[in-house]
Write a protein that binds this ligand. Sequence first.
Ligand SMILES: Cc1cc2nc3c(=O)[nH]c(=O)nc-3n(C[C@H](O)[C@H](O)[C@H](O)COP(=O)(O)OP(=O)(O)OC[C@H]3O[C@@H](n4cnc5c(N)ncnc54)[C@H](O)[C@@H]3O)c2cc1C
Length: 502
Amino acid sequence: PAEFLGLFQNAAYVVTNSFHGTVFSVQFHRPFFTTVSPAELSAPERSRTVSILSRLGLANRVIGKGDTAELLDPVDWEAAEAALTAARKDSLNYLQAALEDRPYAPEAPLSPQSFAPKLAERSRCTGCTACAAGCPHDAITMVRDKTGFDFPEVDLEKCVHCGRCTRLCPVLQERGPAAHLPAAFAAWNRDDAVRKDSTSGGAFTAIAEYVLEGGGVVYGAAMDGHQHLRHIPCFRKEDLWRLRGAKYVQSDLDGVFREIREVLKTRPVLFSGTPCQVDGLYRFLGCRPENLTTCDLVCHGVPSPGVWEDEARFIEGNKRRRLANVRFRNKVEGWKNSHFTAVYDDGTADSAPLFATGFGRAFGRALFLRQSCHDCQYTNLNRPGDFTLGDLWGLRPDEFPEQQHAGVSLLLVNTPHGSYLFDQLKLNCQPFPVERAVAGNPRLARPIGPAADRASFFASYAVEPFEEVRRQFFRLPSLPVRAAGKLLSPEAKAKLKAKLHR
Ligand SMILES: Cc1cc2nc3c(=O)[nH]c(=O)nc-3n(C[C@H](O)[C@H](O)[C@H](O)COP(=O)(O)OP(=O)(O)OC[C@H]3O[C@@H](n4cnc5c(N)ncnc54)[C@H](O)[C@@H]3O)c2cc1C
């Protein structure tokens, strides 16, 4: 034991994957990092290592979390020792109380976190921005972490502990059940050019044009010149192209909810986004204004903006040209064989099937989605938006055969307001059985599971050059896996995946 403990006591630095290795490092005040299993990373509340380190204010020594410390960051041993002393006192009090058969009252630990307002755990926070937008003292800002996602950070100097952020958080406040099943439709835009430019059938543009014709403003996700995706307002039909098309990255909502609240005072608004964003907007507003219409998307999960922006820089470096525009779901070969197309500032372009590109493949296997997407509370028919838009996957070849090349939207009409608007839309629609829509689209039934190497990916992403990370993680799967991918039916693949994730 002396030799073993001596290794820790005399170490210049400890890197361990053992709970006791972690504990000895703390006892001997040795700077350390610890790794935990992917299962523990995705459910940190079940990890004893994360538990003790959080209690000691040292959770940033766990590798692969968004808030992992830098390699040479000092450890605040004084604060950790104070927390440890308090925790020891607590356990002795507990034992004493148990022996004397009296109730046990724990003393509140005095870590800075005990003064912070309660927000969703990092692993469940969707980044909807309701807390930041709703804070009356501007004490919350969204800050990008090492996974490339934005999380709320509270300025404790400004926070007055009013609890508003806790009340606005869609993760902390339970959603009510759906009032009724949505009505489902196969839908496609009457304008062929618009439809070609859209991801599925172009239902979004039909709804957006209706709102614009009524003097409204449409909010949707558009790339800026640096390939940063943010929600922007759109006032004219000619500008809707910027919002059209699914972008496989989480969009930035900084300032958008407050802006919408102002616009709603004088004009109708359409907001289109992921279901967590739509729910966040309603929580922030605290009501469903009559002049607000919302579309939520059926959502596979949102990739990390940091990873996407690094990929964009990589493409630009490789090509020695600036990206002018990207399309994640270009229909050059039809709706079902989406292409990723990069258009450069000199007018040239590259196009390849989405799932033949490194980024597209990694997106498909859920390598860098937000952690909360794997526990998403919106992957069902209880939708927050007036409408839900998705791809109508699962069509038989004999169903709307002449429409399948150009793309068909799944349109769910979820509310009486949506139903009223639906009757006015210039859109071709056919009723479609809702249970078949769900059967064809797993993201209406359950959240997607994370790729087995998700935690390793983010651990590397935090410290290694992006080129090295993409070389390791974006590569083509091995030949047998690729062959199985081609030979197996979608049903067989789904069964296999479910088995692997069990
Ligand atoms: C990240 C992501 C994952 C998706 N996963 C699925 C899925 O698993 N199954 C499925 O059936 N459909 C999925 N969709 C939806 C689908 O790709 C189409 O967006 C939808 O069918 C609408 O198509 P459309 O032709 O009517 O409109 P489009 O013209 O394609 O309009 C797209 C609308 O989505 C908004 N939008 C685009 N990208 C984002 C983004 N990153 N964040 C927020 N809003 C955005 C735009 O502002 C616009 O309002 C996903 C979309 C995204 C963005």
